[in-house]
Design a protein around this ligand. Structure first.
Ligand code: GLA
Length: 377
């Protein structure tokens, strides 16, 4: 890889957003479909060469924390934000990226543990900043995959590709229908007529999230290995119909049958929801969101009492068409399809009920749909 060219930048500022997901949860690592969008909440990183061959100095501006490591000798730490950065550096190095000493300062307004993918915002902002500063020449897909692998190898979450893809490829006011197998995608305008999206952050993040996530992934693999005996041509749950899953119920142990049922139904819901969105059929879109939630709650078992409570609270309210947990689960936000002009009243009621029940304040978040990661300077 090239050493510093005379016109190479000495400093770069880059941003990468978090994401929402309209529907399609835990489908990405099963080669399925998702319908996310990048949001205006983002991480901003300022990065400059510090003239050393291998010293990296990181500063978290919000938490006022600093950390240094050596590019020639670093490894994952106990659960911590440093792993996201070191993981990205490590993956870019594996691709042959020649990274020299740098200082970075960063700040994010994506709430952590909210299911809005603050992790992808961090990974992707660092990846594109390093790519620009050291003129590594990687394309967007390489950036996306390196960021995903950073999370696998340094953080220990065997995540799918949705979050990093949305963070890099997002387009203002559009959702992305992504086929997580081929990585083919289409942008569709997010036009919701008299309705709008509203996130409600439970402000809880249960410790199970990471270990259960990886467990779900391997449960899906177990399901595939059983189904393969009957359908040898399938590669994973993407290739199976719900009729096939049901036909094999006797051979799929509990809870594997329910895990498979969720993934296969959820994939179909993504396609149906996209059609409903394009047709302006928001009632159907909302119903699919509810179905998604109940499937994540009962079949996939990645919800939690706080998320379930909020979804339940919306039922029977005519200003809400749909509500479901968003992201990996075990806490974070619900995403709600709410009538414009009635949001304040709805937030007031649900916040009170939530506080009465759990003693916790709910945070309503009205997200704007923004562009994907970019170098801004
Ligand atoms: C997390 C992961 C994604 C995806 C979602 C669930 O956000 O990072 O890859 O699997 O959970 O849909």
């Amino acid at each position: 890889m090239a050493t510093k060219q005379t016109n190479a930048p000495d400093a770069v500022t880059a941003q990468a957003p978090g994401r929402i997901n309209i529907i399609g949860e835990h489908t990405d690592y099963n080669d399925g479909f998702v319908l996310p969008a990048a949001i205006e909440h983002k991480m901003t990183v300022q990065i400059h060469r510090n003239g050393t061959p291998s010293t990296v100095n990181l500063t978290d501006l919000k938490e006022q924390q600093s950390f240094s490591f050596n590019l020639l000798d670093f490894s994952p730490m106990e659960e911590s934000w440093q792993n996201y950065v070191m993981g990205v550096v490590s993956e870019l190095q594996k691709l042959g990226g020649d990274i020299k000493g740098f200082d970075a300062e960063f700040e994010s307004d994506v709430p952590i543990g909210s299911g809005m993918s603050s992790s992808a915002a961090m990974e992707c902002s660092f990846a594109i900043a390093l790519n620009a500063l050291f003129e590594l020449g990687f394309d967007k897909l390489q950036i996306i995959k390196a960021s995903q692998l950073a999370e696998h190898n340094f953080v220990g979450n065997k995540c799918g590709i949705m979050d990093q893809f949305a963070s890099v490829m997002g387009k203002k006011d559009h959702v992305i229908l992504l086929d997580c197998r081929s990585l083919e995608f289409q942008y569709f305008p997010l036009e919701l007529g008299d309705y709008q999206l509203l996130l409600l952050n439970t402000n809880v993040s249960h410790a199970l999230a990471s270990s259960e996530y990886n467990t779900r992934r391997s449960e899906c693999e177990q399901g595939v290995s059983v189904l393969k005996k009957e359908y040898p041509n399938i590669k994973n749950l993407r290739d199976v119909t719900i009729e096939q899953v049901v036909a094999q119920k006797a051979h799929l142990p509990e809870p594997i049958f329910r895990r498979c049922r969720h993934v296969v139904n959820e994939n179909q819901r993504v396609l149906n929801a996209t059609e409903a969105l394009l047709a302006g059929n928001f009632k159907t879109l909302g119903e699919l969101m509810y179905q998604s939630h109940f499937s994540l709650q009962n079949d996939y078992e990645v919800s939690c009492p706080e998320l379930d409570f909020i979804v339940q609270h919306t039922i029977g309210k005519d200003e809400v068409l749909g509500s479901r947990m968003m992201g990996g689960g075990f806490g974070g936000c619900t995403i709600n399809l709410v009538e414009k002009g009635r949001v304040a009243e709805f937030v007031k009621q649900v916040s009170k009920s939530y506080r009465d029940r759990f003693g916790i304040d709910l945070t309503p978040i009205e997200v704007g749909i923004g562009d994907g990661a970019k170098v801004i300077q």
